[in-house]
Design a protein around this ligand. Sequence first.
Ligand SMILES: Cc1cc2nc3c(=O)[nH]c(=O)nc-3n(C[C@H](O)[C@H](O)[C@H](O)COP(=O)(O)OP(=O)(O)OC[C@H]3O[C@@H](n4cnc5c(N)ncnc54)[C@H](O)[C@@H]3O)c2cc1C
Length: 409
Amino acid sequence: MTKIVGIVGAGAAGLMAAGRAASLGKTVIVFEKNSRAGKKILITGKGRCNVTNNCSMEDLMANIPGNGKFLYSSLNKFNNIDVMDFFENYNVPLRTERGNRVFPESDRSNDIAKALIRYAEGNGAKFIYRSPVKEILVDNGCVSGVKLENNDVYELSSVILATGGMSYQITGSTGDGYRMAQQLGHTLIPPKPSLVPLETREKWVADAQGLALKNVGLTVYDNKGTKVYHDQGEMLFTHFGVSGPMILSASRHILDCEYAGSVLVIDLKPALSEEALDLRVQRDFAKYARKQFSNSLGDLLPKSLIPVIIELSGIDREKPVHQITKAERAKLVSLLKSLKLTVSKARPIDEAIVTAGGISTKEINPSTMESKLIKGLYFAGEIIDVDGYTGGFNLTIAFSTGFTAGTSA
Ligand SMILES: Cc1cc2nc3c(=O)[nH]c(=O)nc-3n(C[C@H](O)[C@H](O)[C@H](O)COP(=O)(O)OP(=O)(O)OC[C@H]3O[C@@H](n4cnc5c(N)ncnc54)[C@H](O)[C@@H]3O)c2cc1C
């Protein structure tokens, strides 16, 4: 029988798997439906690629809420430190930034993609581009090959399915692997958007669309009222709701309650206590005592938020500032410290950074990534029902599972 390892998908996981299997002397063919490898890698980290996180194993596990335990064995073989060593060895110097996030010093995600391609090609892996696989062929419970969309058949001794999830489908991750694995009896845990912008019930967000707020506080409550997240950072108002780094991170914490009904509380002035902010407002009100209320907030708020805050405060916009009551001022201060938004839903999965859900980890051997149902079938990357927070954890998952699958296949 031909001893060829086939890899379906040349993303982060597939490339790592290809390089690893080829470096161990295997004949490797990579099937990639795009005309190039690593298309998604190019858009990671806003084109800078947050390649991993320079943290302890404990922190690593804590940042993988989606079935992190399943990855224990795989991360013992190849973890975040190995990811850093790997790229440094491939002449991609790295830099650790805030939150232990690791980026290439060049700030170019293409350097990461190119290093992975060099690893695979340099060890002899062969790439066949524009070759969408449509079926995994199985004989007597063992993988025997793959069939492409054009009906070409390749005989293979093992196959690593690394087709990714369903987010940013333009990069090629359209869920093909889910269908192929399901056809072979695997269970698909329903894919859900994670690290995703959020739609809100409040329509006023549209009035502030395009406004990016830096250094605001955010506290998130799930739809049962439990506090699930708190951070300070950057967010963005959009025509549908909210987005930006802090919102994407927060979204994973309300995935399990299906998003709707969760409450986002924004602190527009996190550096000031309520009392300090009240004094600040009093100073502004003294300065603008003879103006109308609508003309008194310019020192305090970005322009596009002013009409929104006026409306929500219930204070007549034309009221002379010196006539504003203590109770009205207290309401304004409370609004600035806790501006509430209620989540109606997450944006569609295509707009999510990662797909939560995927092929059930119960049917995959965690130390080899081999299917427990089909001999010679392996999984790597986002196709598996695992997912992490933002901070380089999702690529780390892809590299670690890719390395493990490549070792075993
Ligand atoms: C905008 C954005 C920014 C991100 N930034 C970061 C970041 O900075 N840090 C981080 O850790 N994570 C980040 N992620 C998440 C990370 O990119 C993914 O988790 C990771 O790339 C998944 O790798 P993968 O190899 O499993 O899947 P993919 O990268 O999705 O690769 C799958 C490949 O399989 C191919 N394929 C699919 N079906 C077939 C088929 N039938 N036949 C042949 N080929 C097929 C696809 O074309 C694709 O090339 C980001 C994601 C997005 C969308």
